[in-house]
Ligand binder design. Sequence first.
Ligand SMILES: [Zn+2]
Ligand SMILES: [Zn+2]
Length: 251
Amino acid sequence: MVNITYSVGKNYSRKDIYRILNIPREQQGGNWDTGYHRYENDWFIFANINTKGRTGHDYANRFIGNDLEWYGKNRSKLSQPSIQSFFNPAGKINIFVREDNNNPNFTYVGNGRIKEAYDTSPVKIIWRFDDPNENHPEILSEEVTHPERFVEGATKQINVNIFERNPIARKRCIEHFGTSCVVCNFNFFEKYGDLGKDFIHVHHLIPLNEIGEEYEIDPIKHLRPVCPNCHAMIHKRHPALTIQELREMLK
Ligand SMILES: [Zn+2]
Ligand SMILES: [Zn+2]
């Protein structure tokens, strides 16, 4: 029985996983390379995300907020034993994603649980990530209220903060801008030590009325790290204050 914890947001190649689990060479490759593989009680899912249009099919794995919309192998069905075992997993369902097929590194996004499953082929599953033993900083940003809403398609209302909860976009924003608030410069690690390490909200800059259906988030153009206080103040006005406006008020 292997009980290994991977760090949310950290990068791992398949080789790293083989090394961590001590997988003998002759058992490497195969199913490990084709999407999902069970090892002892744990599942390992390696998914490419945001590849719609690039890989020849018209669906793609992607984050919607902090849930992952994911498709099984080409002819997969909901009734297959492997897919069924996702509903009542004996162990963890370790999910790793990457945006670039040529990058050997995947980012660990967490121990997934099924939120919704669709009886399609390939099977479509919405994964949620709420393992209390894992550190998911993106979940906390929901505490900031976002009363602004926009309509996706004709019927579906989605809260705008889905853009602020996307863990991969969030990670790229923080890698670029760091974890200090861009308004007041507050840094949780400096103030709280290890407890505050990597903690920060991200704010989505683009006004909702400028977002069309084909909108794709650019983490560096569209997201900024902000502390929860400044984040709450930004959203206190509707439409939201700009970063610059709030900075000037702070003086
Ligand atoms: Zn701040
Ligand atoms: Zn915001």
